[in-house]
Design a binder for this molecule. Structure first.
Ligand SMILES: Cc1ncc(COP(=O)(O)O)c(C=O)c1O
Length: 376
């Protein structure tokens, strides 16, 4: 007979996400690069109208609601012949492309730190990760580091631009050179432009449209992370290869589509104000970080809605800082260990697409939290 195991005497520390989701109104949510600054009331109106019309009774049109893929193409300035597939967030776009385009042993050049769920997708698709450490100047890949990493097995470069978590973006000459390398070595580039709307980086399809797969999302700029809607775009031949891996033959959530369409149709009316607020929030956070001995921002200003805050010289463990900021001050930041295998102990990631009061709460809490943990 098997004996029942005794429950442990001390309960585990509460899971940060469970805790934050139980107290959403009390928390300043700076941990997932989501956007908490209201952008436009057309979003709520579009969702409510779709609910009122009970559009959810139907499977949505397979190509998406009329106008949505066109508005994406126009806004992202995708090449004329590109095809666009709607997905459950950018994360499903990367899943589909990795599954479809990688074969066993293919090497993929990427960064550490990075948005690690994509690395997991590469690994389960049989790809081999070639993670270039970028937690040092220039805080991003360079054409030279890419060249050095290339082998006969390299098949793809994962370019996240601007980069999560550092906030670095590539310059036009860098993009041009990276594209030349891809051409020379017959590589594909995954241009993950999740954060493009925060600063207009240079897309790789400007130089190599036939080898670029673009990943776009509405989660961050539009504040629609909970809606789970994004897009995968590529030239027709690459799209043909990816379509058998499309899990959305019945399309994606209709309310999400209505919200995305409404937001995109008037993006020029709300994006400038959002960007302005982000610059103000960055400055508020920078002043606070600069006031703490041993802390600095590797990249400032950030080209997106987040940056890494380096705490390496304080001796404070970023996991402990995450907990203290959350449980003692109600500010939810993310330990660097989530986004980096090699340098995560040196930083926390802080996203600042929160209200100004939220940024100010961080600014007040951060020095106190570091002081508290330093003493231990
Ligand atoms: C670089 C990058 N790509 C893709 C995603 C996926 O986002 P979503 O699925 O919400 O579009 C994220 C989310 O943080 C990200 O940082």
């Amino acid at each position: 007979m098997t004996q029942k195991k005794k429950a442990p005497k001390t309960p585990a520390a509460p899971n940060a996400f469970d805790y934050a989701h139980k107290h959403p109104r009390e928390i300043v949510w700076m941990s997932q690069n989501t956007n908490h600054i209201p952008v436009s009331d057309v979003i709520d109106k579009a969702i409510l109208k779709a609910v009122k019309n009970r559009e959810y009774n139907l499977y949505p049109r397979s190509g998406g609601v009329f106008g949505l893929t066109d508005v994406i193409k126009k806004h992202v300035e995708l090449p004329e012949d590109y095809r666009v597939l709607l997905t459950n967030g950018g994360i499903e776009a990367t899943y589909i492309l990795n599954r479809a385009l990688l074969k066993k042993g293919d090497e993929v050049i990427c960064t550490d730190p990075s948005f690690m769920p994509i690395h997991h997708q590469i690994a389960i698709s049989g790809g081999k990760l070639v993670e270039i450490p970028v937690y040092k100047k220039p805080w991003k890949l360079s054409p030279d580091t890419i060249r050095k990493a290339i082998t006969k097995k390299t098949s793809m470069i994962l370019l996240i631009d601007p980069l999560n978590p550092l906030g670095t973006a590539y310059t036009r000459p860098e993009i041009k050179e990276i594209c030349e390398i891809a051409e020379e070595h017959d590589l594909l580039i995954v241009d993950d432009v999740t954060y493009r709307d925060f600063s207009d980086p240079v897309p790789t399809y400007k130089y190599i449209p036939d080898r670029t797969i673009t990943v776009y999302t509405f989660s961050k700029q539009c504040g629609l992370a909970g809606m789970r809607i994004g897009a995968l775009a590529a030239p027709p031949d690459i799209m043909e290869k990816m379509l058998p891996y499309n899990t959305n033959v019945l399309s994606v959530n209709i309310l999400a589509q209505r919200a995305a369409l409404a937001a995109m149709e008037c993006i020029d009316s709300w994006l400038p104000a959002l960007r302005k607020q982000l610059l103000t929030n960055q400055r508020i956070i920078k002043d606070s970080v600069d006031s703490v001995k041993g802390c600095f921002l590797p990249v400032y200003p950030s080209r997106t809605n987040m940056f890494a805050v380096d705490i390496g010289r304080t001796g404070v463990n970023p996991d402990h800082l995450q907990d203290t900021m959350l449980y003692d001050y109600g500010v939810f930041v993310r330990s660097g260990n989530y986004v980096s295998k090699t340098s995560g102990r040196n930083f926390v990631r802080v996203s600042f697409s929160v209200t100004q009061e939220g940024a100010e709460r961080f600014a007040s809490a951060f020095p106190k939290a570091i002081a508290k943990l330093r003493k231990k």
